[in-house]
Design a protein around this ligand. Structure first.
Ligand SMILES: [Zn+2]
Length: 374
């Protein structure tokens, strides 16, 4: 009989210790906030690229402002209900600054504040002409110049001149760039791509033969690839490549029996024409790492692994310490491997010392990650 009260006491004690050591969700949440002069409660924890805080509540990752709402109102939000910031501060988690709205309202809000990514007009990375050039095309058309002649002047197709002149494309003005995007970086990239495309297409004109250029037939009837990495279509015209992702592609007509266009990577076509049929499981790899250099001499059939290693060699992937999220460096990886080899260091201890998850240590030990470090 005398044993029972003692057990109860022990349980109460254990419960109170657990309560004291484990913070509540609210404590956890508000520990990561700071009040600023405007009245906003700013999230100091992890934030997304767009500036919204992130918080894990009831085992679910969500926007910190959403978590604030749930903590204060004790009610969950449905997926369609979106919280709008009346203070226009994404990182603010002050419940008084939040109201429930719909996706449509939110988009209107975002647009009104210029927070959206308007890849319109000359801001679009594929835009060929600046707003001024588009204006020039329109005024030439107005002056009665033939679309064919305008196309020749502007070095584009007649049909594109028609679209511009008739207001089918490039009608919306180029919008104010979003504050939430690396506009300058995008512009620089877009400009580089445009210049590169112009470099390629400037020497290219239908029936235009460059001295010393050799042509070989691709597996697609009527399509030929040259020693300079250009592709000629059935009309003998040299095709203007389109940039898709990191590669140039050309349109090889329609896929047989379908309504889909048959887009082929220029590097694949050139490789097929110059280095034989694609061996099973191989990719057309750029030897010097320049994905725009599609000359046969720069291409080879390689396994995805070889191609991946090439990318590592060329620095076109973000591996190892080149990855901005990397906590370790090549040197620290070497050091960890050395210490694991000599023994006496647990994975847990090393993880703690280097501020990474233990799995990061075991994975680098097993050569699953940081493989390029030897
Ligand atoms: Zn606020």
């Amino acid at each position: 009989m005398s044993g029972t009260p003692r057990i109860v006491v022990a349980l109460c004690f254990a419960a109170s210790v657990a309560n004291r050591t484990k913070p509540t969700d609210r404590e956890r949440f508000y520990a990561k906030t700071v009040r600023v002069g405007s009245g906003c409660l700013i999230w100091t924890g992890y934030k997304t690229e767009r500036g919204y805080g992130q918080f894990s509540l009831y085992g679910k990752n969500m926007g910190a402002h959403r978590a604030a709402w749930i903590l204060e109102h004790g009610e969950l939000l449905t997926a369609g209900q979106i919280l709008l910031h009346s203070c226009d501060t994404p990182s603010c988690v002050e419940v008084a600054h939040l109201r429930v709205g719909t996706h449509e309202e939110n988009m209107a809000d975002v647009r009104a504040h210029g927070r959206h990514n308007m890849a319109l007009g000359e801001n679009h990375y594929l835009a060929r002409f600046t707003d001024a050039e588009v204006e020039r095309i329109r005024s030439m058309a107005k002056d009665g110049l033939l679309q064919r002649d305008i196309a020749a002047i502007m070095n584009c197709s007649r049909s594109y001149v028609g679209l511009v002149a008739n207001g089918k494309v490039r009608t919306k003005p180029t919008a104010r760039p979003s504050l939430y995007h690396d506009k300058e970086g995008q512009d620089a990239k877009a400009k580089a791509r445009r210049t590169r495309l112009l470099e390629i297409t400037s020497v290219v004109h239908p029936d235009d033969q460059i001295e010393g250029e050799e042509w070989r037939e691709t597996p697609y009837p009527g399509y030929w690839a040259s020693s300079l990495g250009r592709v000629r279509g059935r009309s003998k015209a040299i095709l203007t490549p389109i940039l898709m992702g990191d590669y140039y592609v050309v349109d090889c007509g329609m896929k047989e029996g379908t309504k889909t266009r048959n887009r082929k990577g220029v590097h694949v076509l050139v490789c097929e024409a110059w280095h034989g049929t694609r061996p099973a499981g191989k990719h057309a790899a750029h030897i010097n790492g320049d994905a725009f250099d599609n000359r046969p001499s720069n291409l080879r059939w390689a396994t995805p692994l070889e191609n991946g290693n090439d990318r590592v060699r060329h620095g076109t992937t973000m591996v190892g310490s080149r990855n901005p999220a990397a906590k370790l460096t090549d040197a620290s990886v070497r050091e960890i491997r050395r210490r694991l080899a000599v023994g006496g260091n647990t994975i847990r201890a090393l993880a703690k010392e280097y501020g990474v998850h233990p799995s990061a240590i075991s994975q680098l030990r097993d050569n699953k990650t940081w493989r390029h470090v030897t």
